[in-house]
Ligand binder design. Sequence first.
Ligand code: EPZ
Length: 427
Amino acid sequence: MDSIWIKGGNRLNGDIPISGAKNAALTLMPCALLTQEELTLVNLPRLADVDTFGHLLNQLGVSTSVAGVRKGEFGRRMTMRATDIVSTVAPYDMVRKMRASILVLGPMLAREGEATVSLPGGCAIGDRPIDLHLKALEAMGAEIELAAGYVKASAPRGRLSGGDFSFPVVSVGATENALMAAVLAKGQTQLFNAAREPEIVDLCNLLAALGARIDGIGSSHLTIDGVEGLHGCEYEVMPDRIEAGSYACAAGITGGSINLIGARPDDMRATLNALAQCGLMIEFNNRGIKVSADGGLKPLALSTSPFPGFATDMQAQFMAMLTLANGDSFLEETIFENRYMHVPELRRMGAEVDIHGRSAIVHGVEGLTGASVMATDLRASMSLVLAGLVAEGETEVLRVYHLDRGYERLEEKLSAVGATIERRSAG
Ligand code: EPZ
């Protein structure tokens, strides 16, 4: 297994190109199932999860072809075509590798009238149930059976019918599955308390480009009028707001200045506000967003919440930065029940963090020291990299496959702004 080795202490300065968003790519790709025509996605990030999703789609009968990009450029162009679906089963060995595989459920049900998808099971950050996905599909007439660790879904008479559903809890994935199912259902579907994340807007915009009829895009009340069929299109994946926020924290923690090339301010207002509260300087320019440290880091109180609130996917990265703030910071993780896996490892680097249930108190310290640390999940891994960038001495982040799921060519991007960082193969 590879690891990332970092020698801390460099101030990072320069441009970081922001890649296409992982959490948009993983809901845009299954849209290929909804049409027999070609769907081409541009600016697709080069990530392990994107490759895994491509292999899953291949197993279902979707042809995929990827056009490389010239050296030094980022993002790929993937053309997909689901002329005929050869299987409606998403097997356990695929789903256990990547929970987002559950996002083939809605589109497959819409296209074929049936789908069998392994239950994704939990992961490091929590139980991650899919009950809301299933309830939303049942509201469109789907019949759901759970057996032997699989969800078996079918549409009576082969086609879903529009229906209304109100989400008791905001769920990004359940909203995405419901949207992809509703666009081909017979009649109208209304979704209430739907997720409003920018990745949902990206999905709605792609579905509309394929010929779907959706009102309320960007709001928590979505109205979808099912159509008889969809055509193909070419669509550009939105930039990754979490990657951008993560590298903004790299500027903050190292006392540097990074221009996040291609980042979209409206996707990340809560993150930008929190960075400003920490004392960082935010400048908008025609290439992106420049984030610069401007003296010491100020402590703050943060509570994660669904968009447009402060993203749970930014919590671990902010915690790393706040370990060096001038005072105590208070974090509350309201979305997932176990998203402090980075804390024990940060403590081993000298951080002082007290956890009380879903709350964390981060006591600012003078400095961190490098250590060998273990990555446990994607965003926890990034918080350890951030800590390593500023820690005295050397840090080695093990199990770097977690990072490869969500950060395209991380060491290349960080080296380009002055980090002493390299990937090491463990043999
Ligand atoms: C998506 O996960 C993202 N993943 C996550 O990013 C992100 O943290 C999360 O949304 C919240 O923004 C992808 O887009 C691939 P949810 P998802 O359904 O859809 C509960 C990363 O690091 N819930 O919005 O699984 C659930 O337990 C990843 O990039 C139910 O109870 O998240 C959680 O407490 C991590 N029943 C809350 O809702 C359900 O059926 C929000 O989960 C579904 C969810």
